[in-house]
Ligand binder design. Structure first.
Ligand SMILES: Nc1ncnc2c1ncn2[C@@H]1O[C@H](COP(=O)(O)OP(=O)(O)OP(=O)(O)O)[C@@H](O)[C@H]1O
Ligand SMILES: [Mg+2]
Length: 244
């Protein structure tokens, strides 16, 4: 089973959109997928259609406080939604392995893949996600500040690889790509080249499309709302690229 974390220590690069749309794409392709929202902001939970107070959250999963209950979402993906308490998790010796243990105990069978969304900061939640995962996907918008963040997340992942030998840095994904502007294309090429020099492949380029924001606001799957839109198509290609 593939366990994919979407992470980078930078806000607004398209982590949640990537996690949500990959979950929707996988469900659309009739795969069994579980999405875990590890960001206290709860954007993934919202985007996948969660409403109201959840009876079981990713906080409960990490703290092993009860047996998991799964939320079925309209797009067909299963979800463990986030909780504000996530921001209170303290790190102690061995605490970065809590999510890995929970996934092993409860979800070692039954899913084709698990996708984990993370907050834009380094720390306990990001380390738990990386420790539990087989693949790291790094979404980057074509922006020079994003390059700095690339070094930080790959350094964190290489650190975690010492204790999680299954983790691979699958690659970067360019998000919110403006295919018409020359400067945006040059910036993209620079980011892709910089990553390649560090042996990190580019898994795909996701074009900007307003439909993805509209679908999120309506809590609908893009594959229901606008299946032919550019981002919907680009995320299907990305799913092909990452699933083994
Ligand atoms: N391909 C796209 N086309 C248009 N808008 C996009 C696209 N991808 C992401 N966005 C928009 O960019 C904004 C930031 O995306 P998103 O919330 O996924 O980033 P994030 O990295 O999860 O942010 P945070 O760090 O706050 O968790 C959102 O408004 C989202 O709708
Ligand atoms: Mg997010």
């Amino acid at each position: 089973m593939q366990i994919v974390t979407v992470a980078i220590q930078k806000g607004g690069t398209g982590k949640t959109t990537t996690a949500a749309t990959l979950a929707q794409a996988a469900a659309y392709k009739n795969k069994k997928v579980l999405a875990i929202d590890l960001d206290p902001q709860g954007n993934l939970s919202f985007c996948l259609g969660a409403t109201g107070q959840a009876r079981f959250t990713s906080y409960d999963l990490i703290t092993a406080s009860a047996a998991p209950r799964i939320l079925k979402t309209p797009c067909g993906a299963d979800l463990i939604p986030s909780a504000w308490e996530l921001s209170n998790l303290k790190s102690e010796k061995g605490s970065a392995r809590r999510l890995q243990t929970a996934i092993k105990n409860y979800f070692s069978k039954g899913y084709d893949f698990i996708i984990i969304d993370t907050p834009p900061t380094a720390g306990e939640l990001q380390y738990n996600a990386l420790q539990a995962s087989t693949d790291l996907i790094i979404p980057l918008a074509a922006d020079i500040y994003n390059l700095q963040s690339l070094y930080q997340i790959t350094a964190a992942a290489r650190q975690i690889q010492q204790s999680n030998k299954s983790l691979r840095i699958a690659g970067i994904v360019i998000t919110k790509a403006d295919t018409r502007s020359t400067i945006a294309r040059q910036m993209r090429e620079q980011i892709i080249e910089t990553a390649a020099n560090d042996n990190i492949p580019c898994l795909g380029i996701i074009r900007t499309g307003i439909a993805i924001q509209e679908a999120a606001a309506l809590q609908k799957s893009i594959y229901e709302y606008a299946p032919n839109s550019n981002p919907a198509q680009d995320y299907l290609s990305l799913l092909d690229q990452i699933t083994r």
